[in-house]
Design a protein around this ligand. Structure first.
Ligand SMILES: [Zn+2]
Ligand SMILES: [Zn+2]
Length: 365
């Protein structure tokens, strides 16, 4: 099978033939039909999230179950599945308290190169081991995943579009609906109009929020924001977003969301809410970075919280999001800006870095 391999940081991925992996106990082999291209895949390419090399990236796959390993009960060969980035052990304290997206067994392994049991699945035709990413590695024609990462979807849905439901869309929709629990009529400010930010806007529009302010520095992204529900946009390269948000809302937003991973934007998001407002940080900053925010708003009851994947419980939220799509309530075709073949994957990363796309999808034959 073909897979896109990262051999060295800051180098293009190389599409090469590797062995089709075998599913171990509780794992399934999936023929990948499509996979989303996400910023989280870019971090290891840039070297700002260290991973063992060489590695096959990709964590937003969708496809058809080809084979099941021992002990698998939730899916059968032929089932269509969306692959969520993180599997769950079902037994750790986070899984047991209803937060499988924080699984303490899977979490430390996401960037470790292995599967859930600590062993590796991928190798080259001459037997050299390759590392896995997010226990998935779906920039490939086949992927082995833990069965808890696979969410069954109806066979009449277009499977190549279902990859969009994996990560970016779930995070954006979930951070508004699950993490912040935004109430109707709210005034919402969203920093970062990439895939996650755009879906957060759409989620706020569905609530519905009464004012949705999109903040970015790239004009093309602000244009996209208007299509995803922004009632106002602020070009942060031209004006101070905090001052403008306070002016537009008459005192500060009820909720602000940071969807970039930029420390300055996190600080601005915290300053953009009124006393008692809530700020949710979804972006991942560098490991050594620190946020500096005013201390006084804590005594006015301001809430600052993080989110992992929009607190998405895959078996609950992905079917809910697909229901929204089936009812015509999700702009999926607008969200999937471009499709690429696996051989064109480096172009997809270039388009992402230029801010040209909401989400690119790599489609396999
Ligand atoms: Zn992702
Ligand atoms: Zn767990």
């Amino acid at each position: 099978m073909k897979a896109a391999i990262l051999y060295e940081i800051n180098q293009p991925l190389k599409v090469e033939a590797i062995e089709i992996p075998r599913p171990a106990t509780n794992e399934i082999l999936v023929k990948i039909k499509a996979v989303g291209v996400c910023h989280t895949d870019l971090h290891p390419i840039k070297g700002d999230i260290p991973v063992p090399l060489p590695i096959v990236l990709g964590h937003e796959g969708a496809g058809i179950v080809e084979e099941i390993g021992e002990g698998v009960t939730t899916v059968q060969p032929g089932d269509h599945v969306v692959l969520f980035p993180a599997p769950a052990c079902g037994r750790c304290i986070c899984c047991a308290t209803g937060q499988p997206y924080l699984c303490m067994v899977a979490g430390p392994l996401l960037f470790a190169g292995t599967m859930m049991d600590g062993t590796k699945r991928l190798k080259t035709p001459d037997g050299k081991e390759l590392n896995s990413f997010f226990l998935q590695s779906s920039f490939a024609e086949y992927s082995v995943v833990h069965e808890t990462a696979a969410i069954k979807v109806d066979k009449d849905l277009p499977i190549e579009k279902m990859a969009a439901f994996s990560c970016g869309m779930s995070t954006g929709l979930g951070m508004v609906r699950n993490t912040a629990k935004v109430v109707p009529g709210s005034r919402v400010a969203i920093f970062g109009c990439g895939g996650v930010g755009l879906m957060a806007m759409w989620s706020a529009k569905l609530v519905p929020a009464s004012m949705i302010i999109g903040v970015d520095k790239i004009a093309g992204k602000l244009d996209m924001a208007k299509e995803f529900g922004a009632t106002h946009v602020i070009d942060a390269s031209r004006e101070d977003p905090v001052e403008k948000i306070i002016e537009l809302t008459g005192g500060g937003a009820d909720y602000s969301f940071e969807c970039i991973g930029n420390v300055k934007a996190m600080e601005q998001a915290c300053s953009a809410v009124h006393p008692g407002g809530m700020t949710v940080i979804a972006g991942a900053a560098g490991a050594d970075e620190k946020v500096c925010i005013e201390a006084l708003p804590f005594v006015t009851g301001n809430i600052v919280m993080g989110t992992v994947g929009g607190s998405t419980i895959p078996s609950v939220d992905i079917p809910k999001n697909i229901e929204l799509y089936k009812k015509g309530l999700l702009p999926l075709d607008k969200f999937i800006s471009r499709t690429y073949a696996l051989e064109e994957i480096n172009q997809a990363f270039e388009a992402m870095q230029k801010g040209e796309v909401a989400r690119s999808i790599v489609v396999m034959d």
